[in-house]
Design a protein around this ligand. Structure first.
Ligand SMILES: NC(=O)c1ccc[n+]([C@@H]2O[C@H](COP(=O)([O-])OP(=O)(O)OC[C@H]3O[C@@H](n4cnc5c(N)ncnc54)[C@H](OP(=O)(O)O)[C@@H]3O)[C@@H](O)[C@H]2O)c1
Length: 248
């Protein structure tokens, strides 16, 4: 029987690697993003196994339409990977752009919530499904300028745990993955609003995680026996660790 997965944010970075990992496992992948040309590129490579859904996750109606399209194709979504997200800016809370905060909340929190809420009833009806949220170490460890980005990922962490609480008695699994520094994504380019020099400097002379590392872990979580729920996984590259507390 065909297996279906929805991965949000498959136009670059982690989502792209995760989508490819599941495509290689013969899943039918619904992949989302706003950059239609990148979705089409993926579809050209995988033909009918990849179904592109081009929409802005901040848009409630567009999200509903995309989910309708999924459920007109299949009644059983086996897995949902809530990956689409972004950081904008690295300024201190009293200097940053308020609209950047709003975009992060709309994308990382409200976007993820809408998708999840629209997908959950069918998973509950089928009494099957796996939800894997992409949080971040920023949801646990504060850093200068991480203000709302980190807070949005702390939301993802707590929401994942609370989903588990609500889903007791069902066979639906929920996990939260919290990666550290991961290169070969558009993450820093987006954070620094297209400034390539600034984005490049984040990873220069550093050993970083790669999207494939995260895709491997997502697949590993999914492939656990159905009675095994991995609550959370925190991952850092070998040379990333905690900073000292600041005393001034
Ligand atoms: N890279 C890291 O170091 C790192 C570490 C920890 C956690 N993460 C998390 O990993 C996830 C993936 O990020 P990434 O590093 O792979 O960055 P990325 O390469 O910039 O990918 C982000 C993805 O999210 C999609 N997206 C963003 N805003 C969207 C919107 N409004 N509507 C629809 N899609 C949207 C993008 O698609 P379009 O641009 O085509 O819309 C893109 O596919 C994020 O949740 C991020 O917070 C990243």
């Amino acid at each position: 029987m065909k297996k279906y997965i929805l991965v949000t944010g498959t136009t670059s970075g982690l989502g792209l690697a995760i989508a490819k990992a599941f495509l290689e496992e013969n899943f039918i992948v619904f992949g989302t993003g706003r950059r239609i040309e990148l979705l089409e590129e993926l579809q050209n490579g995988y033909r009918e196994s990849f179904i592109p859904l081009c929409f802005d996750i901040q848009d409630k109606n567009a999200t509903q339409q995309a989910i309708n399209k999924i459920f007109s194709t299949t009644k059983q979504l086996d897995c949902l990977i809530n990956n689409a997200g972004l950081a904008l800016g690295l300024e201190k809370a009293f200097e940053c752009d308020l609209s950047d905060w709003e975009t992060m909340v709309e994308t990382n929190i409200n976007g993820l919530l809408r998708i999840t809420r629209l997908v959950l009833p069918s998973m509950v009806k089928n009494d099957a499904g796996t939800i894997i949220n992409i949080g971040s170490i920023a949801g646990t460890y504060p850093y200068l300028g991480g203000n709302v980005y980190g807070a949005s990922k702390a939301f993802v962490k707590q929401f994942s745990l609370n989903l588990r609480a609500d889903l007791i008695g069902t066979k639906i699994r929920v996990s939260n993955i919290e990666p550290g520094l991961c290169s070969e994504t558009d993450f820093s380019l987006v954070r620094f609003k297209g400034n390539r020099e600034k984005a490049k400097a984040v990873y220069e002379n550093k050993t970083t995680l790669k999207p494939q590392d995260i895709a491997n872990i997502v697949l590993w979580i999914y492939k656990q026996p159905l009675h095994v729920n991995i609550n959370s996984v925190e991952i850092m590259p070998i040379n990333q660790t905690f900073s000292q507390l600041v005393v001034k």
